[in-house]
Design a protein around this ligand. Structure first.
Ligand SMILES: *Cc1c(COP(=O)(O)O)cnc(C)c1O
Length: 392
């Protein structure tokens, strides 16, 4: 019996301590964490720089209102701006809030430009943007919308990565295009090459804002600070969260140009957003992620892991249908239900995360080493072999 709302289907294990890519279970076993709390603990568990920063800040000041200047907030914003397309940042506490900020910004932008009738946002099938009323409407998943009618108005969903359908969906009321450069919950689906550039051209042609959801694929996950940087395309705004606080809840909406000047005093805000504790930790995350060579090592680790997994579909065609993804955001598309693979891997000491499209996500901490990649690959190989035997 539990006093918790039955929101989650949980595995019957709790973790009591973490160290790098490893977690200690309350069953006394050690687990290799290839989920990282769903792409959150990018620097692994108990990274010494994050622990020291949090401890130091905890003894100074946890919270003060945005009624006052928060120097670490200004510093974090300046660093994110210097490393990206953006000119300004707004801080909040989660991915969905970062999306909400962006969706409000999109409406306000066109309102300020004298076109308040422009409020509709084009989204893509398989998207996930969060669990608030607006973000479940944006995501468009029937499973997430079920029982929560009426859906928030203003989203037009087109098939995944379909540029022609996106163009055809643009009307007089269209305000923006919202897309994940790599779909996460949707099953680790990177958009095809050239697609983001195609969207940029559409946005420019029709005066729309281009909005990337980098909540899961951002903050180094693909081997660049932001996933869209591989495509050499600049959005007007992005949402980030998960990896930004390394496990401390923090999100941000980053915007450029006029979009960066759209949310003015009184038009948006957050009590907790950007408080000193969160900002100290997020700055410490950037100390590591932006250090020389870090992102290159993430890209290299992603390539190594990918090469270790590449043979799976040929070796175990009855288990793994496809290996896909970008950097340290890898999806194993399963033949049998993905829950079977996730549970078997858990049983063998490897934590992974299920996703839609029958995919198992591998989202290890960005600090993952060679030997941990070898260990994980060996577990995956062994479990796949056992699943073949079971099926036979
Ligand atoms: C996780 C996620 C969100 C929602 O983030 P929360 O912090 O759970 O609100 C939004 N977009 C994407 C792409 C995500 O992966």
């Amino acid at each position: 019996m539990t006093a918790l709302m039955p929101t989650y289907q949980r595995y019957d294990i709790a973790f009591v301590q973490g160290d790098g890519a490893w977690l200690q279970g309350d069953d006394g076993r050690r687990y290799l964490d290839f989920g990282a709390g769903i792409a959150v603990a990018g620097l692994g568990h108990c990274h010494p720089h994050l622990v020291a920063t949090l401890r130091e800040q905890a003894g100074k000041l946890w919270h003060c209102s945005n009624l006052y200047r928060i120097p670490d907030q200004e510093r974090l914003a300046a660093r994110l701006v210097a490393a990206s397309f953006a000119d300004a940042a707004f801080f909040c506490n989660s991915g969905a809030e970062a999306l909400e900020c962006g969706l409000k910004l999109v409406r306000k932008y066109h309102d300020m430009a004298g076109a308040p009738e422009r409020y509709r946002v084009i989204t893509f099938a398989g998207a996930f943007h969060g669990r608030t009323l607006a973000t479940i409407a944006a995501g468009g998943s029937a499973k997430h919308l079920d029982g929560f009618a009426p859906a928030v108005e203003g989203f037009d969903q087109v098939p995944f990565a379909d540029l022609a359908a996106a163009r055809a969906a643009i009307g007089d009321e269209t305000a923006a295009i919202l897309v994940e450069p790599v779909q996460g919950e949707g099953g680790i689906r990177p958009v095809p090459e050239g697609f983001l550039a195609g969207l940029r051209a559409l946005a420019d042609e029709f005066g729309l804002l281009l909005f990337f959801d980098e909540v899961q694929c951002g903050i180094g996950r693909t081997g660049r600070l932001f996933a869209h940087q591989w495509a050499d395309v600049e959005p007007d705004l992005i949402a980030v969260a998960k990896g930004l606080g390394g496990g401390f809840p923090v999100g941000a909406c980053l915007a450029s140009g006029q979009a960066a000047r759209t949310l003015t005093p009184g038009s948006h805000g957050s009590t907790f957003g950007g408080n000193p504790l969160a900002m100290a930790v997020a700055n410490a995350v950037l100390d590591v992620v932006l250090a020389d060579g870090f992102l290159e090592r993430v890209a290299a680790a992603g390539a190594t892991l990918r090469s270790r997994l590449a043979a799976l579909p040929a070796r175990y065609p009855g288990v793994i249908a496809e290996v896909r993804g970008h950097g340290l955001m890898i999806g194993l598309k399963c033949v049998q239900p993905n829950s079977v693979l996730v549970e078997r891997l858990l049983g063998d000491g490897l934590l992974t995360v299920p996703a839609a499209d029958n995919v198992v996500r591998l989202l290890p901490p960005l600090i993952i080493g060679e030997s941990e990649i070898e260990t994980a690959s060996a577990i995956i190989d062994r479990v796949c072999a056992a699943l073949v035997e079971k099926a036979a």
